[in-house]
Design a protein around this ligand. Structure first.
Ligand code: PRP
Ligand code: URA
Length: 206
């Protein structure tokens, strides 16, 4: 499995302000969107292209255009904070949804919803900001693989070593792109130092 940590100074600047507990929901949403744009650009470096014959005002040439059958799947609820950035980059992308919720006591993720397009042979960007125990990411990946996805790429904002190891052991073929690999998990299975509950901060709930 490949883990890529995006250390671009602008990505790290956005992340610092996402982590800051004084950042309010409006700014939090803006930062999440901007950071996701940077992460997605990296995650899509190896997307397939095809050569198109075009004419500039000067002469004809073969030039690359995207030839990737891309699907993006946010994990509800927090993954929705990353969706607009991906749709802005790829306006015709197919969008599917997976609803997962961690139990507050056991931190076990359980599924409550999914609505997915045909995944057969397609590349799926799985977007979920927090990779903590990895339970949610592994459940979502298993659903996508069962649906026929050829390739799953996880894009998250903060990852914990525990979650990365879990994905690596259950889905070694999956690549992970993140802005940070944090120290670990606390006794409530929250990422340390992390940024708290992403969904609550995004939507102003708690
Ligand atoms: C958060 C987050 C991930 C999950 C990560 O969702 O968005 O989906 O926790 O934790 P894990 O790696 O230990 O599974 P949460 O269950 O809090 O739901 P929400 O998005 O509805 O707030
Ligand atoms: N979900 C979050 O929103 N934050 C964490 O630190 C862990 C899971």
């Amino acid at each position: 499995m490949a883990l890529s940590i995006i250390r671009h100074p602008l990505a790290q600047h956005y992340l610092t302000h996402l982590r800051d507990e004084t950042t309010k929901p409006a700014l939090f949403r803006t930062l999440a969107r901007k950071l996701t744009t940077l992460l997605t650009l990296e995650a899509c470096r190896s997307l397939r292209t095809a050569m198109l014959r075009i004419s500039t005002p000067i002469e004809e040439l073969w030039s690359p255009v995207l030839d990737a059958d891309l699907v993006v799947v946010p994990v509800l609820r927090a993954g929705l904070g990353m969706l607009d950035a991906v749709v802005d980059l790829f306006p015709d992308v197919s969008v599917g949804y997976i609803g997962l919720e961690r139990d507050e006591v056991t931190a076990e993720a359980s599924a409550y919803y999914h609505k997915l397009p045909s995944l057969q042979g397609r590349t799926v960007l799985l977007i979920d900001p927090m990779l903590a125990t990895g339970g949610s990411a592994c459940k979502a990946t298993a659903t996508l693989r069962a649906g026929g996805a050829a390739r799953v790429v996880i894009v998250c904002i903060v990852a914990a070593p525990e979650g990365v190891r879990r994905v690596e052991s259950l889905h070694p073929e999956v690549a992970i792109y993140t802005a940070a690999l944090d120290r670990g998990l606390d006794d409530r299975k929250f990422i340390v130092p992390g940024l708290g509950d992403f969904g609550d901060r995004l939507y102003g709930t708690n």
